[in-house]
Design a protein around this ligand. Structure first.
Ligand SMILES: Cc1cc2nc3c(=O)[nH]c(=O)nc-3n(C[C@H](O)[C@H](O)[C@H](O)COP(=O)(O)OP(=O)(O)OC[C@H]3O[C@@H](n4cnc5c(N)ncnc54)[C@H](O)[C@@H]3O)c2cc1C
Ligand SMILES: *[C@@H]1O[C@H](CO)[C@@H](O)[C@H](O)[C@H]1NC(C)=O
Ligand SMILES: *[C@@H]1O[C@H](CO)[C@@H](O)[C@H](O)[C@H]1NC(C)=O
Length: 459
């Protein structure tokens, strides 16, 4: 079967934008919104961000008093960081200035637009931290932490900025941004560390120790570079620009989770800096309580500086003639003939079928009812990433009952022409929609791509 070749594009963030999360920056010169009055600021914090409510393209100019004392009168200010500042912004500020370059990796509320850019969160409400510092290594984390802690400031670590709650950029906190720690050339790749993984017969074939400031896209690329030939996979979610640390601290789910587990299932070790500046490791054997808390607990126990990831190998190819390990993306749309039977079949598929088979399928599932492209009918859509070839996917779908003609009829996806394949009665690919397809009238239409690397499937 011949499928369109796909170029491996290393693009951070683009997928998220196509998901409908626009990346427009609110910082343009038109329509200045004057946020200088305390009331407006407080409103803005309470109401959620102007940006989130669709009022884009405004400039946010925070105008506090010049210098160090934006807070002098509580009545005038009244937001959290003013309280913090009354403790001692001066001490924190001079301490940070000793170790970091002001305006190149260090920002304060009186830095105007530079501060606004540094505190910007694309997916959450607007917040006003007391300082934002960009660190590059463990030592800098320790410095920044000490300046904050010694002066009574709370700290939030920031990775990929994707927290919907804005938890990485908190009002009045010192934000320690770890994005610049990411250095893929310095990843530690260990191909001798191997062992069994969760599902019977599955295994991990090595580990990568990465800096905490990297994104899932970087890990996907690194996994491909070092382990691609052996079918090694790194777990990414639907949005490659999510930071690896926030992702893991919150659990971390992606298309291959049914086979590989969650993000927390593949992290072997964390390295953290604790509030008192000590550097510790957390794994099953060392500080196991901290390891446990970091795997889904949401953080707050220290600043993570490194994560050591297991690279899980994709399942073996069923057919010897298919060299290597293939991956397939498929989009199955089926009209349901018998709702009761279909609901039962799908539930069995999710809960009772052999996980060694259904574990190879991951992605999204949607159950809907017309009116629409399929008239008034009830239909299901499966968008699967499958760990194997198309041929194997069809067999597995048949064995587990999802291609049962008594219950489901495959229908075409009318809005999408690119990447569609025309199938024979046996689900063999007859041709792709890019070519002339004589069988079009009688064939089944679906959409599928076959890849040789898991990184290509995800990006
Ligand atoms: C568009 C979009 C799509 C998403 N898709 C998925 C998905 O498919 N699967 C999924 O599981 N999740 C998904 N998420 C959720 C995402 O995993 C979480 O929001 C995650 O917390 C983001 O991590 P981050 O590092 O990018 O964010 P940040 O906002 O930088 O950080 C998130 C949290 O982690 C903490 N943190 C970050 N770095 C460190 C560190 N070094 N040390 C200590 N604490 C730290 C922060 O303080 C904060 O509490 C998605 C989010 C978005 C916005
Ligand atoms: C916040 O909401 C209130 C009530 O809806 C509104 O009057 C006010 O203008 C809003 N403030 C901002 C800054 O949008
Ligand atoms: C997070 O957002 C800040 C503010 O916009 C930005 O300076 C920083 O580079 C971002 N970090 C990452 C990893 O994208």
């Amino acid at each position: 079967m011949k499928l369109p070749s796909v170029t491996f594009l290393f693009v951070i963030g683009v997928l998220c934008a196509t998901e409908g999360y626009a990346h427009d920056s609110p910082y343009t010169q038109e329509d200045k919104v004057d946020l200088s009055s305390a009331d407006v600021l407080e409103d803005e914090l309470n109401n959620g961000s102007l940006w989130a409510r669709g009022l884009k393209k405004k400039e946010w100019s925070y105008k506090g008093k010049k210098g160090d004392d934006m807070t002098s009168s509580k009545g005038e200010c009244g937001i959290d960081y003013c309280e913090a500042k009354q403790i001692s912004l001066g001490g924190m500020k001079s301490c940070l200035k000793e170790h970091f370059d002001h305006l190149s990796n260090l920002y304060f509320p009186d830095d105007g637009d530079d501060y606004n850019l540094a505190r910007y969160t694309a997916f959450s409400v607007s917040r006003y931290p007391a300082a934002i510092v960009y660190v590059e290594d463990v030592e800098e984390v320790q410095h920044a932490l000490k300046c904050a802690v010694d002066n009574g400031y709370k700290v939030s670590a920031r990775g990929g900025n994707h927290s919907y709650q804005g938890l990485a950029t908190m009002d009045g906190y010192v934000v320690i941004d770890i994005g610049r720690t990411c250095k893929p050339d310095e990843f530690v790749v260990d191909k001798t560390d191997q062992g069994p993984h969760i599902l019977e017969g599955s295994k991990y074939i090595g580990t990568i120790k990465a800096q905490a400031g990297c994104t899932n896209a970087i890990m996907l690329a690194a996994g491909h570079e070092h382990f691609g030939e052996d079918g090694g996979m790194t777990l990414a979610g639907g949005c490659p620009s999510v930071g690896i640390t926030g992702y893991v601290l919150g659990g971390g789910a992606g298309n291959i989770s049914p086979y590989v587990g969650y993000g927390v299932d593949i992290v072997k070790e964390f390295q953290l800096v604790l509030h008192d500046g000590t550097v510790v490791k957390a794994s099953e054997n060392e500080n196991s309580d901290l390891y446990w808390a970091s795997r889904g607990g949401g953080g707050g126990n220290g600043i993570v500086t490194h994560l050591t990831y297991k690279i899980v190998q994709a399942p073996k190819q069923k057919y010897e003639e298919d060299l290597g390990r293939k991956f397939t993306l498929l989009n199955l749309r089926m009209v349901i003939k018998d709702v009761d039977k279909a609901a039962k079949r799908i539930m069995e598929w999710f809960y009772d079928a052999d996980p060694l088979i259904t574990g190879k399928f991951g992605g999204g599932f949607f159950w809907g009812k017309g009116p629409g492209s399929y008239g008034e009918s009830i239909f299901v859509i499966f968008v699967f990433a499958y760990l194997g070839s198309w041929r194997e996917a069809v067999e597995d779908l048949k064995v587990t009952g999802l291609l049962d003609d008594d219950i489901f009829t495959i229908v075409s996806y009318p809005e999408q022409s690119h990447g569609n394949v025309i199938l024979s009665e046996d689900y063999e690919v007859l041709c792709t929609s890019d070519q002339t397809c004589p069988q079009f009238e009688n064939g089944k239409l679906s959409s599928a791509y076959e890849f040789n690397s898991y990184a290509e499937v995800e990006l």
